[in-house]
Design a protein around this ligand. Sequence first.
Ligand code: HEM
Length: 309
Amino acid sequence: MPDQHNYDDIIGALQEKYNKIDQDTDDHLYGLLYSKPITYWDYIQTDALLNLQIQRTTLPDEMVFIAYHQINELIFKMILWEISQVAEKNNLDVIFFENKIMRISRYFDMLTTSFNIMREGMEVEQYMKFRYTLTPASGFQSAQYRLIEFASTELINLIDYRFRKDIDRNTPYTHAFEHLYWQAAGKDHKTGKKSTLLINFENRYKDEFLRFMEAYNTKNLWTRFKELPQDDQKDIDLVKAMRHFDYTVNVTWVMAHYNAARHYIDSGIGDGEATGGSDWKKYMHPKYQRRIFFPDLWTEEELKNWGNN
Ligand code: HEM
């Protein structure tokens, strides 16, 4: 029995859509007629995606290392996607805000709980070999990781504690950039000389970071939170969600990462140095980094013990 369905409604809706944009509905219907059916591999671009894991060695576990970093970058993209919707939302309400924070936290929970793929999912011998082909690169050069930081909180909360008293809202972004907490990982603390890790990173992303820092300085998660009505800022579920996000990114994920780094770099094989050349043990531990996106949502006691437990 041929399909007798009445398509008047949908055709009418299509005509309305294309009239609004001065398009000829017929052309688009012919387009439908002649277009080939979509396939999963075309829609998800699996061919392109699965050809992006390009090893520098023949060591099988290098594939695990590359693919897991790429998974992280895809999740970082999803996190930035959610944050941008909070940043751009007119008439931001507490339910919308909370839902987005919960999504973002869920993504970071996944990155944290799955970090064992790195810590226990590769042979130490293999990692300690293929890592030599990575020097001077490092996950430190993940641009999206920095964008998530700029999009989550006000710049002052990302400035190295030693320089915070001299920096305020009127400080030029280029000066603030030079005093971000992570600059310390790429600078010789005596001479201030920048490492290849940091020089390469800045050459590639500094302009983009400065534009993003300026754009998000007035619409990051913390600034948008403070725009909510006072009562909403006391909303227990929202505050809980904000604290969970802050702690997951800046303590739980950081510790999972730190423990993975120790598992390999402290394995006794190799020189104990980081591929990026930072003083990693001091730099990577949350009790030293003390990166806190939403300090006003924590008690004095919690702030004092940050990253210690
Ligand atoms: C075996 C696995 C890993 C090891 C041994 C490791 C080691 C390190 C070390 C030593 C640093 C300090 C910078 C340096 O001198 O290189 C670092 C920084 C970093 N890594 Fe990893 N890493 C691993 C996996 C990952 C993964 C899967 C990601 C996800 C993208 C990642 C993202 C980062 C980021 C964002 C930083 C900068 C952190 C900050 O500035 O606080 N790492 N990593």
